[in-house]
Design a protein around this ligand. Structure first.
Ligand SMILES: Nc1nc2c(ncn2[C@@H]2O[C@H](COP(=O)(O)OP(=O)(O)OP(=O)(O)O)[C@@H](O)[C@H]2O)c(=O)[nH]1
Ligand SMILES: [Mg+2]
Length: 303
Protein backbone atom coordinates (compact mmCIF):
# COMPACT_ATOMS: atom_id res chain seq x y z
CA UNK A 1 0.00 0.00 0.00
CA UNK A 2 1.12 3.55 -0.70
CA UNK A 3 2.61 5.09 2.47
CA UNK A 4 0.57 8.25 1.94
CA UNK A 5 -2.70 6.31 1.98
CA UNK A 6 -2.17 4.90 5.42
CA UNK A 7 -3.36 6.97 8.33
CA UNK A 8 -0.69 8.30 10.66
CA UNK A 9 -0.84 7.14 14.25
CA UNK A 10 0.47 8.98 17.28
CA UNK A 11 0.03 9.30 21.00
CA UNK A 12 1.39 9.19 24.53
CA UNK A 13 2.42 5.96 26.22
CA UNK A 14 3.00 6.13 29.99
CA UNK A 15 5.60 3.73 31.37
CA UNK A 16 4.69 3.23 35.03
CA UNK A 17 5.45 0.82 37.87
CA UNK A 18 7.25 0.51 41.17
CA UNK A 19 10.95 1.55 41.34
CA UNK A 20 13.68 -0.52 39.67
CA UNK A 21 11.50 -2.67 37.37
CA UNK A 22 13.20 -1.43 34.17
CA UNK A 23 11.08 1.47 32.88
CA UNK A 24 14.06 3.59 31.83
CA UNK A 25 15.90 0.56 30.42
CA UNK A 26 12.84 -0.18 28.27
CA UNK A 27 12.60 3.36 26.99
CA UNK A 28 16.29 3.43 26.07
CA UNK A 29 15.92 0.09 24.28
CA UNK A 30 12.86 1.16 22.30
CA UNK A 31 14.65 4.33 21.17
CA UNK A 32 17.92 2.44 20.58
CA UNK A 33 19.62 5.32 22.34
CA UNK A 34 20.54 6.04 25.91
CA UNK A 35 18.64 9.12 26.98
CA UNK A 36 17.46 8.06 30.45
CA UNK A 37 19.59 7.29 33.50
CA UNK A 38 19.49 3.66 34.62
CA UNK A 39 20.88 2.05 37.77
CA UNK A 40 20.54 -1.11 39.84
CA UNK A 41 19.23 1.04 42.70
CA UNK A 42 15.60 2.13 43.13
CA UNK A 43 14.39 5.72 42.56
CA UNK A 44 16.83 6.52 39.81
CA UNK A 45 14.34 8.48 37.71
CA UNK A 46 13.15 11.63 39.44
CA UNK A 47 11.21 13.43 36.70
CA UNK A 48 9.01 12.38 33.84
CA UNK A 49 11.05 12.24 30.66
CA UNK A 50 9.78 11.80 27.12
CA UNK A 51 11.28 9.40 24.61
CA UNK A 52 9.97 10.12 21.11
CA UNK A 53 9.98 7.37 18.50
CA UNK A 54 9.11 8.66 15.03
CA UNK A 55 8.72 6.67 11.80
CA UNK A 56 6.91 7.13 8.46
CA UNK A 57 3.74 5.66 9.90
CA UNK A 58 3.69 6.51 13.60
CA UNK A 59 5.02 8.67 16.40
CA UNK A 60 5.01 7.02 19.82
CA UNK A 61 5.76 9.40 22.69
CA UNK A 62 6.92 7.32 25.65
CA UNK A 63 6.75 8.88 29.11
CA UNK A 64 9.32 7.39 31.43
CA UNK A 65 8.23 8.12 35.01
CA UNK A 66 9.64 7.89 38.54
CA UNK A 67 8.90 4.63 40.35
CA UNK A 68 5.70 4.71 42.39
CA UNK A 69 6.54 4.16 46.07
CA UNK A 70 5.60 5.29 49.57
CA UNK A 71 7.38 8.65 49.80
CA UNK A 72 9.51 9.59 52.82
CA UNK A 73 10.34 13.12 51.65
CA UNK A 74 8.78 15.95 49.72
CA UNK A 75 11.04 14.95 46.82
CA UNK A 76 9.39 11.51 46.83
CA UNK A 77 5.91 13.03 46.98
CA UNK A 78 6.79 15.10 43.93
CA UNK A 79 8.14 12.03 42.11
CA UNK A 80 5.08 9.88 42.78
CA UNK A 81 2.69 12.67 41.81
CA UNK A 82 4.65 13.22 38.59
CA UNK A 83 4.21 9.54 37.74
CA UNK A 84 0.51 9.44 38.61
CA UNK A 85 -0.16 12.56 36.53
CA UNK A 86 0.86 10.76 33.35
CA UNK A 87 -1.65 7.92 33.68
CA UNK A 88 -5.05 9.46 33.01
CA UNK A 89 -3.92 11.54 30.02
CA UNK A 90 -2.06 8.72 28.27
CA UNK A 91 -3.40 6.91 25.20
CA UNK A 92 -1.87 3.66 26.41
CA UNK A 93 -0.42 2.73 29.80
CA UNK A 94 2.39 0.20 30.08
CA UNK A 95 2.53 -1.15 33.62
CA UNK A 96 5.96 -2.68 34.16
CA UNK A 97 6.55 -5.33 36.79
CA UNK A 98 9.54 -7.48 37.71
CA UNK A 99 8.38 -10.91 36.54
CA UNK A 100 11.27 -12.62 38.30
CA UNK A 101 9.65 -11.73 41.62
CA UNK A 102 6.14 -12.26 42.90
CA UNK A 103 4.02 -9.15 43.39
CA UNK A 104 4.77 -7.27 46.61
CA UNK A 105 3.13 -4.45 48.52
CA UNK A 106 4.43 -1.82 46.12
CA UNK A 107 2.94 -3.63 43.13
CA UNK A 108 -0.37 -3.81 44.97
CA UNK A 109 -0.15 -0.07 45.56
CA UNK A 110 0.48 0.61 41.87
CA UNK A 111 -2.45 -1.66 40.91
CA UNK A 112 -4.65 0.18 43.38
CA UNK A 113 -3.68 3.53 41.88
CA UNK A 114 -4.40 2.25 38.37
CA UNK A 115 -7.73 0.79 39.43
CA UNK A 116 -8.76 4.09 40.96
CA UNK A 117 -8.20 6.12 37.76
CA UNK A 118 -11.46 7.19 36.16
CA UNK A 119 -11.57 6.25 32.45
CA UNK A 120 -8.32 4.32 32.72
CA UNK A 121 -6.69 4.10 29.25
CA UNK A 122 -5.92 0.61 27.87
CA UNK A 123 -3.20 -1.02 29.97
CA UNK A 124 -0.49 -3.45 28.85
CA UNK A 125 1.06 -5.52 31.63
CA UNK A 126 4.76 -5.76 30.77
CA UNK A 127 6.22 -8.72 32.68
CA UNK A 128 9.82 -7.53 32.50
CA UNK A 129 13.08 -9.26 33.48
CA UNK A 130 11.69 -12.46 31.95
CA UNK A 131 15.34 -13.47 31.41
CA UNK A 132 15.64 -13.89 35.19
CA UNK A 133 12.44 -15.91 35.63
CA UNK A 134 13.22 -19.48 36.68
CA UNK A 135 9.72 -20.91 37.01
CA UNK A 136 6.57 -21.32 34.96
CA UNK A 137 5.46 -18.18 33.14
CA UNK A 138 1.79 -19.04 33.55
CA UNK A 139 1.82 -18.91 37.31
CA UNK A 140 3.70 -15.61 37.47
CA UNK A 141 1.45 -14.11 34.83
CA UNK A 142 -1.65 -15.13 36.79
CA UNK A 143 -0.33 -13.55 40.00
CA UNK A 144 0.07 -10.17 38.33
CA UNK A 145 -2.94 -10.39 36.01
CA UNK A 146 -5.14 -10.91 39.07
CA UNK A 147 -4.31 -7.38 40.18
CA UNK A 148 -5.63 -5.78 36.97
CA UNK A 149 -7.53 -8.35 34.90
CA UNK A 150 -8.23 -6.05 31.93
CA UNK A 151 -4.49 -5.51 31.28
CA UNK A 152 -2.98 -7.44 28.38
CA UNK A 153 0.07 -9.41 29.61
CA UNK A 154 3.33 -9.54 27.62
CA UNK A 155 6.61 -11.07 28.74
CA UNK A 156 9.63 -8.90 28.12
CA UNK A 157 13.32 -8.43 28.71
CA UNK A 158 14.10 -4.74 28.38
CA UNK A 159 17.77 -5.55 28.92
CA UNK A 160 18.00 -7.99 25.99
CA UNK A 161 15.16 -6.52 23.94
CA UNK A 162 13.17 -9.77 23.88
CA UNK A 163 9.45 -9.16 23.48
CA UNK A 164 9.86 -5.48 22.65
CA UNK A 165 8.57 -5.90 19.07
CA UNK A 166 5.41 -7.52 20.37
CA UNK A 167 5.00 -4.79 22.97
CA UNK A 168 5.36 -2.11 20.29
CA UNK A 169 2.82 -3.90 18.07
CA UNK A 170 0.31 -4.04 20.94
CA UNK A 171 0.89 -0.34 21.62
CA UNK A 172 0.37 0.60 17.96
CA UNK A 173 -2.86 -1.40 17.85
CA UNK A 174 -4.21 0.81 20.64
CA UNK A 175 -2.83 4.15 19.40
CA UNK A 176 -5.26 6.60 17.77
CA UNK A 177 -4.78 8.38 14.47
CA UNK A 178 -3.02 11.64 15.08
CA UNK A 179 -0.42 14.19 13.94
CA UNK A 180 3.32 14.27 14.39
CA UNK A 181 3.39 16.19 17.66
CA UNK A 182 7.17 16.57 17.66
CA UNK A 183 9.79 17.12 14.95
CA UNK A 184 11.13 13.81 13.79
CA UNK A 185 14.65 14.59 14.95
CA UNK A 186 13.53 15.31 18.54
CA UNK A 187 14.05 12.28 20.78
CA UNK A 188 13.38 13.74 24.22
CA UNK A 189 12.06 16.83 25.96
CA UNK A 190 15.05 17.31 28.22
CA UNK A 191 17.94 19.54 27.29
CA UNK A 192 21.49 18.27 27.18
CA UNK A 193 22.25 19.93 30.49
CA UNK A 194 19.39 18.09 32.24
CA UNK A 195 20.50 14.79 30.77
CA UNK A 196 24.09 15.55 31.79
CA UNK A 197 22.85 16.15 35.37
CA UNK A 198 21.06 12.79 35.32
CA UNK A 199 24.14 11.01 33.98
CA UNK A 200 26.23 12.50 36.79
CA UNK A 201 23.62 11.26 39.29
CA UNK A 202 23.64 7.85 37.60
CA UNK A 203 27.43 7.70 38.08
CA UNK A 204 27.02 8.65 41.75
CA UNK A 205 24.42 5.87 42.14
CA UNK A 206 26.85 3.45 40.55
CA UNK A 207 29.84 4.26 42.75
CA UNK A 208 28.33 5.22 46.11
CA UNK A 209 26.47 3.01 48.52
CA UNK A 210 23.21 2.94 50.44
CA UNK A 211 21.57 6.20 51.38
CA UNK A 212 24.30 8.56 50.16
CA UNK A 213 23.57 8.63 46.39
CA UNK A 214 19.82 8.94 46.97
CA UNK A 215 20.32 12.13 48.91
CA UNK A 216 22.31 13.84 46.14
CA UNK A 217 20.97 16.39 43.69
CA UNK A 218 22.94 17.68 40.73
CA UNK A 219 22.91 21.28 39.67
CA UNK A 220 24.59 22.11 36.36
CA UNK A 221 26.08 25.57 36.82
CA UNK A 222 27.70 25.94 33.40
CA UNK A 223 27.33 24.14 30.09
CA UNK A 224 29.35 25.80 27.38
CA UNK A 225 30.05 24.67 23.87
CA UNK A 226 33.60 25.25 22.79
CA UNK A 227 33.38 24.89 19.05
CA UNK A 228 31.44 21.99 17.52
CA UNK A 229 33.41 19.20 19.08
CA UNK A 230 34.01 20.22 22.70
CA UNK A 231 31.91 21.16 25.71
CA UNK A 232 32.77 22.46 29.17
CA UNK A 233 30.46 21.49 32.02
CA UNK A 234 30.63 22.60 35.62
CA UNK A 235 28.23 20.97 38.08
CA UNK A 236 27.62 20.89 41.83
CA UNK A 237 26.63 17.84 43.82
CA UNK A 238 24.26 19.02 46.55
CA UNK A 239 24.49 16.82 49.62
CA UNK A 240 22.00 16.32 52.39
CA UNK A 241 24.50 16.16 55.24
CA UNK A 242 27.92 17.41 56.21
CA UNK A 243 28.99 13.85 57.03
CA UNK A 244 28.45 12.77 53.40
CA UNK A 245 31.06 15.19 52.11
CA UNK A 246 34.05 13.01 52.93
CA UNK A 247 32.41 9.94 51.39
CA UNK A 248 31.54 11.70 48.13
CA UNK A 249 34.94 13.37 47.74
CA UNK A 250 36.85 10.30 48.90
CA UNK A 251 40.45 9.95 49.95
CA UNK A 252 42.57 12.42 47.97
CA UNK A 253 39.49 13.23 45.89
CA UNK A 254 39.46 9.73 44.38
CA UNK A 255 35.68 9.14 44.60
CA UNK A 256 34.73 12.43 43.03
CA UNK A 257 37.24 11.78 40.26
CA UNK A 258 35.75 8.33 39.62
CA UNK A 259 32.20 9.69 39.49
CA UNK A 260 33.35 12.46 37.15
CA UNK A 261 35.14 10.15 34.79
CA UNK A 262 32.21 7.70 34.52
CA UNK A 263 29.79 10.58 33.91
CA UNK A 264 32.08 12.26 31.41
CA UNK A 265 32.26 9.12 29.26
CA UNK A 266 28.46 8.77 29.25
CA UNK A 267 27.98 12.44 28.33
CA UNK A 268 30.56 12.11 25.56
CA UNK A 269 28.75 9.04 24.21
CA UNK A 270 25.46 10.93 24.24
CA UNK A 271 26.69 14.16 22.66
CA UNK A 272 29.50 12.90 20.46
CA UNK A 273 31.70 15.66 21.85
CA UNK A 274 34.82 15.82 23.98
CA UNK A 275 33.65 16.90 27.41
CA UNK A 276 35.52 18.70 30.16
CA UNK A 277 33.63 18.04 33.36
CA UNK A 278 34.28 19.89 36.58
CA UNK A 279 32.50 18.73 39.74
CA UNK A 280 31.98 20.59 43.00
CA UNK A 281 30.42 19.47 46.26
CA UNK A 282 28.14 21.52 48.49
CA UNK A 283 26.07 20.68 51.55
CA UNK A 284 22.47 21.89 51.43
CA UNK A 285 20.98 20.44 54.62
CA UNK A 286 17.74 18.54 54.19
CA UNK A 287 17.24 19.73 50.62
CA UNK A 288 14.83 16.85 49.93
CA UNK A 289 12.28 18.52 52.19
CA UNK A 290 13.04 22.12 51.26
CA UNK A 291 10.38 23.42 48.84
CA UNK A 292 12.56 26.27 47.56
CA UNK A 293 15.56 24.08 46.81
CA UNK A 294 13.25 21.49 45.21
CA UNK A 295 11.74 24.20 43.06
CA UNK A 296 15.16 25.54 42.05
CA UNK A 297 16.02 22.02 40.86
CA UNK A 298 12.88 21.88 38.75
CA UNK A 299 10.86 19.61 41.02
CA UNK A 300 7.42 21.14 41.25
CA UNK A 301 4.14 19.34 41.64
CA UNK A 302 1.64 20.02 38.90
CA UNK A 303 -1.64 18.68 40.20
N1 LIG B 1 18.05 -8.98 34.03
C1 LIG B 1 17.38 -7.90 33.68
N2 LIG B 1 17.66 -6.71 34.26
C2 LIG B 1 16.95 -5.63 33.87
C3 LIG B 1 15.94 -5.69 32.88
N3 LIG B 1 15.44 -4.46 32.73
C4 LIG B 1 16.10 -3.66 33.58
N4 LIG B 1 17.01 -4.34 34.28
C5 LIG B 1 17.93 -3.84 35.31
O1 LIG B 1 17.16 -3.37 36.41
C6 LIG B 1 17.79 -2.23 37.02
C7 LIG B 1 16.80 -1.08 37.09
O2 LIG B 1 16.56 -0.59 35.78
P1 LIG B 1 15.95 0.87 35.52
O3 LIG B 1 15.65 0.96 34.07
O4 LIG B 1 16.81 1.91 36.14
O5 LIG B 1 14.58 0.76 36.35
P2 LIG B 1 13.43 1.87 36.55
O6 LIG B 1 12.13 1.16 36.58
O7 LIG B 1 13.58 2.95 35.55
O8 LIG B 1 13.79 2.40 38.02
P3 LIG B 1 13.39 3.81 38.73
O9 LIG B 1 13.78 4.92 37.81
O10 LIG B 1 14.21 3.79 39.97
O11 LIG B 1 11.93 3.75 39.01
C8 LIG B 1 19.03 -1.93 36.20
O12 LIG B 1 20.13 -2.53 36.85
C9 LIG B 1 18.74 -2.61 34.86
O13 LIG B 1 19.90 -3.01 34.17
C10 LIG B 1 15.68 -6.98 32.28
O14 LIG B 1 14.82 -7.15 31.41
N5 LIG B 1 16.42 -8.02 32.73
MG1 LIG C 1 13.92 4.97 35.77
Amino acid sequence: MDEQMKSYKSGFVALVGKPNVGKSTLMNYLLRQKIAAVSPKPQTTRKRQLGILTTQSYQVIFEDTPGIHKPLYKLGEYMVQDALNTISDADVVVWLVDASQEPNEEDLMVAEKLNSVEDLPPVLLALNKADLLDQSRDQRQAEYADLLPQAKPIFLSALLGDGSDQLLAEILERLPEGPKYYDEDQVTDLYERDIAADLIREAALQHLREEVPHSIAIRVDEYKDRGDSTAFISATLLLNRESHKGIVIGRGGEMLKTIGSTARKEIEALTGRTVFLELHVKVSKNWRNDPSVLRSLGYTTRK
